[in-house]
Design a protein around this ligand. Structure first.
Ligand SMILES: Nc1ncnc2c1ncn2[C@@H]1O[C@H](COP(=O)(O)OP(=O)(O)OP(=O)(O)O)[C@@H](O)[C@H]1O
Ligand SMILES: [Mg+2]
Length: 145
């Protein structure tokens, strides 16, 4: 089993597409392990996208990601990291295949609805930004997964 992180970005929340994204994720066989709605601060957004630091779109990306609430989703599935990338589609929604979240629901190259970890290393780094407990702890008494 592989854990990965998905985020419904501020545009997805504004467009009321949280339910639609969750429906597609569950329909594709993922198990939801954790779910949080929050507004990112600058430090968290910079950490999430630290690999893009210095790129021309970085500053706008941080502004966008902190512009409103997001929904962070901790997911589990066999081959989950690459399967989630396939499910969300290409970065630019106008180039994303039909049947993918970005391809079907649209948006712009920046406001592209969802984020997904793109490698085991990134998943390991990104998950604790939102879900700091270790594996298994979310199943303790008092918490429904
Ligand atoms: N050329 C660009 N112009 C504007 N925004 C961009 C551009 N390239 C990337 N972005 C924004 O930065 C995010 C991170 O870019 P990245 O190359 O990691 O794409 P991705 O892996 O498909 O997206 P994400 O990391 O959010 O899952 C994109 O999802 C998009 O919101
Ligand atoms: Mg990326």
């Amino acid at each position: 089993m592989e854990r990965t992180l998905c985020i419904v970005k501020p545009d997805g929340v504004r467009r009321k597409l949280v339910g639609e994204v969750l429906r597609r994720i569950e329909g594709a066989g993922f198990r939801i392990e954790g779910l949080r709605m929050l507004r990112l601060n600058r430090e968290q957004a910079e950490l999430l996208y630290d690999i893009h630091l210095g790129k021309p779109f970085f500053e706008d990306l941080v502004k966008f990601m902190t512009s409103g609430p997001i929904v962070a989703i901790l997911l589990e599935k066999e081959n989950g990291i690459s399967d989630l990338r396939d499910l969300i589609g290409e970065t630019d929604p106008s180039l994303a295949r039909r049947g993918t979240i970005r391809g079907d629901l649209g948006g712009t190259k920046q406001e592209n609805l969802v984020h997904a970890s793109d490698s085991p290393l990134r998943a390991e780094k990104e998950i604790p930004i939102f879900f700091p407990k270790t594996e298994g702890e979310y199943k303790s008494a008092g918490e429904v997964r």
